[in-house]
Ligand binder design. Structure first.
Ligand SMILES: Cc1cc2nc3c(=O)[nH]c(=O)nc-3n(C[C@H](O)[C@H](O)[C@H](O)COP(=O)(O)OP(=O)(O)OC[C@H]3O[C@@H](n4cnc5c(N)ncnc54)[C@H](O)[C@@H]3O)c2cc1C
Length: 418
């Protein structure tokens, strides 16, 4: 395994670091001030997007970029340290057209869009002219098992008619959100077919314009009492009609397509998490050096040193796991990295709450206020333990893989017994 990044990546790290320092960080207070009012800081972000694009810091996440598409083509391994830098200011990914859920949606359309879909949706997404959301989870079914999804996508002549309710749909209240990629059932009869029916072959994905008649953004659901300005929204689809040409791939492929979409997107979240944990560790150390109790700097108390040391080695372990997943995706494709991606998604989400929790403790009560980014980072870490699948689903993937390997080699351990 070789985790050395390319020369281009080295240059990009320097350029991105410079851009963050001179353009993004100075805008952070203003972004937070506007977001606090519930509005999206669109003018600020659009200005930074133009600048970032001029400096070729654009669409860095898509290894398959074509010659005629805007952006810098980097491998997943090369993208990892860049996502880590962006992670330190969570809203900044949009400035470089690298934010979720667009990255996953772009990846999906890049692989499976028809020429017409590519023209209408993929190119404007790559240009950063529009944003999008991915609507899978539903309030009425356990959505960690996507085969439960019940929204109906019924064929009616040259159209599909969509009916259902979705929630936690990230990005749906962003002022530029124009597209929802919606997962639902196209084969209702087979879905009710009981035993023998393939539960993974009844769902499909359709492209629904956000201004389609019958589509309503019901509310922006607060996450742990925090309202994100881009939204994690509840959506209602009431007899929403879209042309059959809005189907992605073929009927019944929705489950497989959704899986293909989640692989790289999950790793991007984890890369940003590493950056956020590094930031929490930096803050923790600075506070530990500068604040004194009982005649010593906080950093001289043994328990604080333990927290710092544990955080350091846990972040380094997680980074290696992220890099291995990225390296595998580059060398053998997304499918081959499936178990590694599950492992890193599990590790990164838990790491974030653990490291940030220690940093909050070192900060005292201030750690719970908006005067540091820690409370936000903890909240996001907690949310990560659900988004893109809860911990338990990823544990299941890793465990089943191990058991399958053991089944293959059953009996091999006999030599270790007397
Ligand atoms: C901030 C945020 C953003 C999100 N963004 C999106 C989005 O953009 N689009 C979208 O479609 N969804 C989104 N989601 C929803 C997310 O994908 C779901 O919450 C997640 O898949 C879990 O589904 P659920 O909430 O229905 O939990 P359920 O499926 O009801 O599961 C409940 C609990 O059951 C347990 N469980 C489940 N399976 C197993 C198992 N095999 N073994 C043991 N225990 C198990 C887990 O502890 C789990 O937490 C987002 C969620 C959050 C918090």
């Amino acid at each position: 395994m070789d985790f050395e990044v390319s020369e281009l990546c080295g240059v990009m790290q320097e350029c991105l670091g410079h851009f963050m320092k001179h353009h993004v960080l100075p805008a952070n207070a203003e972004w937070l001030r506007v977001a606090d009012t519930g509005a999206y800081p669109l003018a600020l972000v659009e200005r930074l997007k133009r600048q970032a694009r001029e400096e070729a810091l654009w669409n860095l996440f898509l290894p398959g970029l074509r010659e005629d598409e805007p952006g810098t083509r980097l491998s997943n391994l090369d993208y990892a340290p860049l996502a880590e830098i962006m992670g330190r200011v969570p809203w900044s990914a949009e400035v470089f057209n690298c934010s979720a859920p667009d990255t996953g949606n772009i990846e999906l359309l890049h692989l499976f869009a028809t020429p017409e879909q590519r023209e209408r949706w993929l190119l404007p997404l790559l240009e950063g002219e529009i944003r999008s959301c991915f609507a899978m989870s539903e309030p009425d079914v356990a959505s960690s098992d996507a085969t439960n999804i019940r929204t109906s996508i019924r064929r009616d002549g040259d159209h599909y008619v969509v009916n259902g309710r979705k929630w936690f749909i990230t990005g749906a209240s962003h002022p530029n959100c124009r597209l929802a990629i919606v997962m639902g059932i196209t084969d209702e009869q087979a879905a009710q077919g009981g035993q023998g029916a393939d539960r993974h072959a009844h769902h499909s994905l359709v492209l629904v314009p956000m201004d389609a008649h019958g589509l309503e953004v019901v509310r922006n659901v607060p996450i742990m009492q925090h309202r994100f300005p881009e939204g994690h929204c509840e959506l209602l689809f009431r007899d929403v009609r879209v042309p059959v040409s809005n189907l992605v791939g073929h009927e019944g492929e929705g489950f497989a397509l959704a899986q293909a979409r989640l692989g790289p997107g999950r790793v991007h979240h984890c890369m940003r998490t590493i950056g956020q944990c590094e930031l929490a560790l930096d803050l923790m150390c600075e506070r530990a050096l500068g604040r004194r109790t009982f005649g010593k700097a906080l950093g001289e108390h043994a328990n604080v040193q333990d927290w710092i040391a544990h955080s350091r080695v846990e972040i380094d372990q997680a980074r290696l796991l992220v890099l291995r997943a990225a390296w595998l995706m580059d060398r053998q494709g997304n499918a081959a990295a499936r178990v590694d991606v599950a492992a890193i998604k599990l590790v990164a989400a838990q790491l974030q709450t653990r490291v940030v929790d220690r940093a909050m403790q070192v900060f005292g009560a201030m750690g719970l206020t908006p005067d540091t980014p820690l409370a936000w980072l903890w909240t996001w870490g907690r949310a990560m333990r659900f988004l893109d699948g809860p911990d338990e689903v990823h544990l299941r993937t890793v465990a089943r893989h191990e058991l399958a390997r053991a089944r293959e080699h059953l009996g091999n351990t006999a030599v270790y017994y007397r």
